[in-house]
Write a protein that binds this ligand. Structure first.
Ligand code: HEM
Length: 388
């Protein structure tokens, strides 16, 4: 979880794409001694890695080791558990949320409209996904500040790379996981006694080939949804707004032709991916290009680079609102393809639709400090003030 040396300035963290373009051309596959991992930058190589879980395992040493979730599992266990959670996380469950997402978005915008200015991050992009996931899981909305605190800690990485800071981040993560566990133990117990229409109740009932999820797995999955679903969607929303403020013509286009919005969100995902990189571990000696990866070595796939690969995308550094096809890798690829992609897309689309409908012009307020998020895998900003 250490950042790449090439991305060590604020400017580069806010606009890393020229760095990726250069690395893809000069060292498409390379070993970084300081981080003890391989970095891979080309679309074709990354596609191959994500497609081959037998050679490139997802069982990797994440900070909190005792947490087993589908994200860090391989087949056959991954296949079984993913089958179970797919049953609860159906397209219908997600599309039924559309009205609720619009209502919450409007409520959040009602609260700031009078000020004519807002911080997209704290006023909209943070609360919306947290409220939706809390409601989906069936936990009380009053607890959403706790949720926010926990999900922030779970995705945080060290900024300065000192041993001391690293130890502190790990300790914080362990503490948050304990608190979350205690919290969900109660909720799961309540739902077992008194099932409702929520995801935890569905997960308690879901069965594949006579097998159910254990309590521990339900806890792990609930925590994974918080960790994987909140900050990512926050950044999709913020990055989408960042994009419309960078291009006023685009903004007017989206206002005039709302049918462009789903394609716009896909292009935002490609252009400004909320997750920049995906980690795997080689299960055997394997070659990528001319390089020999050894069994047990870490391989980091730079999705943010693959999405700008000229071998795959025409004019990769241009933002093309109706780009077709748009096979970006921002939700991953293959068996671990993001479970929450339909939900994240829906939230992104509804937010932009509501913003375009309600405000005639949205402008970035440049004097506000723009700071990147302190995590080597996340692409997003901490604050984004706009006038509307
Ligand atoms: C997996 C990105 C939103 C739940 C993934 C992966 C990526 C990703 C890249 C694959 C990781 C890998 O292969 O190791 C994103 C982005 C999002 C987003 C960019 C927002 C724009 C969500 C949401 C949820 C969610 C809203 C849930 C509510 C998951 C889960 C997995 C996953 C459970 C693991 C799937 C598996 O291992 O089979 N996500 N995600 N994500 N995501 Fe998302």
């Amino acid at each position: 979880i250490i950042p790449m040396a090439e991305l060590n300035t604020k400017e580069k963290r806010l606009q890393p794409f020229s760095v990726f373009n250069q690395l893809r051309q000069t060292t498409p596959v390379r070993y970084d001694k300081s981080r003890s991992c391989w970095d891979v930058f080309r679309y074709e190589d990354i596609h191959r890695i994500l497609k081959d879980p037998t050679t490139f395992s997802s069982i990797r040493g994440l900070a909190v080791k005792d947490r087993e979730t589908i994200l860090t599992m391989d087949p056959p266990r991954h296949t079984q558990l993913r089958g179970l959670v797919n049953k609860a996380f159906t397209p219908k469950v997600i599309s039924d949320l559309a009205t609720r997402i619009s209502t919450i978005t409007d409520e959040l915008l009602d609260a700031v409209e009078i000020k004519k200015t807002m911080d997209i991050v704290s006023d909209l992009a943070v609360p919306l996904p947290v409220i939706i996931i809390a409601e989906l899981l069936g936990v009380p909305p009053e607890d959403r500040n706790l949720f926010k605190k926990w999900s922030d800690i779970l995705v945080k990485g060290p900024d300065q790379n000192t041993e001391e800071e690293f130890t502190q981040v790990i300790a914080e993560k362990e503490q948050a996981t304990h608190e979350l566990n205690d919290y969900f133990v109660q909720i799961v117990e309540q739902r077992r006694n008194e099932p409702k229409e929520d995801l935890i109740s569905l997960l308690l009932q879901a069965e594949v080939e006579g097998e159910k999820l254990s309590d521990k797995e339900i806890l792990g999955f609930s925590i994974l949804l918080l960790a994987a679903g909140n900050e990512t969607t926050t950044n999709l929303i913020t990055n989408a707004v960042r994009r419309v403020t960078e291009d006023r013509t685009l903004q007017q286009q989206l206002r005039g032709i709302p049918e462009l919005i789903p394609g716009f969100i896909e292009e935002v995902l490609r252009f400004y991916p909320p997750i920049q990189a995906i980690g795997r571990v080689a299960t055997k000696d394997v070659e990528i290009g001319d390089f020999k990866i050894k069994k047990g070595q870490q391989v980091i796939s730079w999705v943010a680079s693959a999405n700008r690969d000229e071998a795959k995308f025409a004019e990769p550094d241009s933002f093309i609102v109706d780009r077709k096809p748009n096979a970006h890798l921002s939700f991953g690829f293959g068996i671990h393809f993001c479970l929450g992609a339909p939900l994240a897309r829906l939230e992104g689309q509804i937010v932009i639709e509501r913003l375009m409908k309600r405000f005639v012009d949205i402008q970035f307020v440049p004097n506000s400090e723009m700071m990147y998020i302190q995590s080597p895998f996340v692409f997003g900003v901490k604050q984004f003030t706009v006038r509307m």
